[in-house]
Write a protein that binds this ligand. Structure first.
Ligand code: ADE
Length: 215
């Protein structure tokens, strides 16, 4: 899967995308990404990307022309790619959406808005808008990283055990969440690992985990 990210802050992505599982996914050729600096598609010598809203109001809106030019560039030889817009006005993003995106076998183009918003006409170029939670962020970069992380880890071969993603919590949207886990030492500052986890009793351990799932 290739993911192109259109952003005014392209430098914000590399530390996360080039670490841990997302790095491993790249080295296994399961995932690649490309950063597209929206500023390069800005208008005039000052590379303008935003303007004041018609009808008045505070703040600046992202203009349509730079974003559409960037999307069209990202679509070159990549026509099938799904364009995604993180926005508080989008569909609530859940595990089921991550699974859906991972199963499509399509490349993604994620457009990250900044400032106070964007010209509504850009949505004609967007296949899916997502809201990652009921709060407002300053831009689409963090939602884009959340979407990428949650999708790439579901690509077969990215996580260690073939089933790691399957057995984890939040597998479907409405049910089981994670159970508490422990590693060495057996006792830390007076706090002991629950006895049952040391017992080697698979059945009892399963029952304890089920009973201790958080909901
Ligand atoms: N941009 C700003 N806030 C957002 C949110 N909660 N979800 C997606 N995109 C956003």
């Amino acid at each position: 899967m290739n993911i192109k990210i259109i952003s005014l802050l392209p430098g914000a992505f590399e530390p996360i995308l080039n670490s841990s599982m997302l790095l491993k996914a790249q080295t296994l050729n399961l995932f690649s990404y490309e950063l597209i600096d929206l500023r390069q598609y800005g208008i005039g010598s000052r590379h303008q990307v935003d303007d004041t809203p018609y009808g008045g109001g505070d703040g600046m809106l992202l203009k349509p022309e730079p974003i559409i030019r960037a999307i069209e560039a990202a679509k070159q030889n990549n026509e099938d790619a799904l364009t995604i817009l993180p926005t508080p006005r989008g569909k609530i993003y859940k595990q089921s959406e991550a699974k859906h995106l991972a199963s499509l076998n399509k490349n993604l183009i994620i457009v990250c808005p900044r400032y106070e918003g964007y010209d509504e006409r850009i949505t004609a170029w967007i296949d899916q808008s997502y809201c990652i939670g009921n709060y407002v962020l300053t831009g689409g970069e963090l939602p884009a990283l959340i979407i990428i992380d949650s999708v790439v880890r579901l690509i077969p071969g990215v996580l260690g055990g073939a089933q790691s993603a399957e057995i984890e919590s939040f597998q479907s949207d409405d049910i089981t969440k994670e159970f508490p886990q422990y590693t060495r030492p057996e006792e830390f500052k007076g706090m002991k690992v629950p006895e049952v986890l040391l017992s080697g009793h698979h059945g009892q351990i399963q029952a304890w985990r089920k009973a201790n799932q958080i909901d």
